[in-house]
Design a protein around this ligand. Structure first.
Ligand code: PA5
Length: 438
């Protein structure tokens, strides 16, 4: 069976403590297993997305229709849960240099409101249109009211209108909630609309049209992604078998109770960096809460950080190995790489051989990771290991889905609602007020 592996042997938690947390989680695992039979009617609705074949058929139809337009550039407009999952999967499977490799359809993400950044994307879009390329917009916003997204949509809509005055609507796909103001606006303009199920929040929506439409359009094997996610749902809602989501949630919670408030996802694969950023948002928004589910002020949360092996060993490793003992490292590595690239042996430069000549890059990466684990052991710092056999759509789907379910278990242990983000809403309201009064 193809499964990601979790090793918590060096997490420095007592097995008795983990055992009692697993017992505490047991009824919640059953709640999730039951939610599997209740479609989109519970707050755990997102775990049913990978099994929604009707939704997948509709997404695939839209992908096929828009591929017929032969797009050479896709602009994804969305922020937070509306684009981080897509960026994570895309980078994991196509690499950091995707756009530079002259793919059939390049992609840019318009998220942050920032003059220079957005101007660059606008200029690239106009250049593409002028040279006869086809530009497609995918606007993603669950609420349909996020300031950044609506601002960018309006800007790019004008550009498309100028180029395709009669049929600009054909070059836009909007992904939103059926009740959002954007949905009504899209329908009135004959723009294709894909829906996000009402009870599925942004950061849990990567396997809905939010992620699957842009990923499928860019040629990612979305069936395999979904198969991996299905595997994770089945495994991580199993009340009797070993359940990695419940297990790692227990380790993280136990560590938090002992003052380890920082979770560092230390990725030993450059292409997984955006998964780190996606996970950072998932953990930050889901667990960082002022109040618990009983309405009491608790101000809890694990601070998620992201580090990249091996570059960040030369940046933050000193702090991690010598500084305060407030961090749990989670080393994420990929077992098999598709190709082996070797360091040539330079006999005339034997003085430069630091043990690397004739070795593959993968072997050097592995040696460094092993060395780092040894250093963590020596300094008695806690860490876990997540091992992905291969960077394929199946494993990536499994990894993301496992992480989402782990967050549901962490929410239960912390007694917080992992699906809301009241303080994010607060900044949105405040900004709106300022803009309205200007
Ligand atoms: O996870 C979440 O719910 C948030 O991060 C949202 O995705 C983010 O705020 C963007 O919201 P929307 O999709 O409504 O534009």
């Amino acid at each position: 069976m193809k499964r990601i592996l979790l090793n918590t042997d060096n997490a420095r938690v007592s097995s008795d403590a983990i055992h009692s947390l697993q017992k505490k989680l047991a009824p919640h695992i059953i709640t999730l297993a039951e939610a599997r039979t209740q479609s989109y009617n519970t707050e755990y609705a997102s775990i049913n997305i990978p099994f929604d074949s009707a939704m997948h058929v509709q997404i695939k139809k839209t992908i096929a229709a828009k591929k017929n337009l032969n797009p050479s550039l896709l602009i994804v407009i969305g922020i937070g849960g509306s684009n981080l999952g897509t960026m994570a999967v895309l980078q994991a499977l196509y690499g950091r240099l995707y756009n530079e490799q002259e793919p059939h359809t390049r992609v840019h993400f318009a998220d942050t409101v920032d003059t220079e950044y957005i101007q660059d994307i606008v200029l690239l879009t106009k250049k593409e249109l002028h040279k006869g390329g086809v530009v497609l917009l995918n606007v993603i916003t669950k609420s349909g009211t996020t300031i950044e997204t609506i601002a960018h949509f309006t800007l790019f809509l004008d550009i498309l209108r100028a180029f395709y005055p009669d049929d600009y609507h054909k070059y836009i796909v909007i992904t939103t909630d059926a009740d959002s103001p954007l949905h009504a606006c899209a329908l009135s303009k004959n723009i294709t609309c894909l829906e996000v199920p009402q009870k599925v929040g942004g950061r849990y929506s990567v396997f809905s049209a939010v992620g699957l439409f842009p990923l499928g359009l860019l040629g990612i094997d979305i069936d395999e992604l979904i198969n991996g996610a299905q595997q994770a749902v089945t495994d991580c809602t199993h009340p009797k078998e070993y359940n990695i989501a419940a297990h790692s949630a227990s380790v993280r919670y136990q560590q938090y109770m002992h003052g380890i408030h920082i979770n560092d996802l230390f990725l030993f694969s450059v292409d997984l960096e955006n998964i780190g950023k996606w996970y950072r948002q998932l953990m930050g928004e889901s667990i960082g809460k002022e109040k618990n589910i009983h309405g009491e002020k608790v101000e809890v949360g694990i601070t998620p950080t992201v580090s990249l092996g091996t570059a960040d060993l030369h940046s933050v490793a000193q702090l991690y190995l010598g500084g305060p003992r407030d961090k749990l490292a989670v080393f994420v590595s990929v077992q098999k790489t598709p190709s082996h690239y070797y360091i040539p042996t330079h006999k005339e430069c034997s003085a430069l051989d630091v043990g690397i000549y004739g070795k593959s890059i993968a072997a050097i990466n592995h040696a460094i990771l092993t060395g780092v684990c040894d250093a963590y052991d020596k300094t008695e710092r806690p860490y876990m290991q997540l091992i992905i056999q291969e960077k394929t759509a199946f494993y990536v789907g499994q990894l993301l889905q496992y992480m989402m379910i782990e967050m549901m278990y962490l929410g239960y242990l912390f007694e917080v609602n992992p699906f809301d983000q009241p303080q994010v809403e607060l900044y949105k309201q405040k900004t709106r007020k300022i803009l309205d009064n200007e």
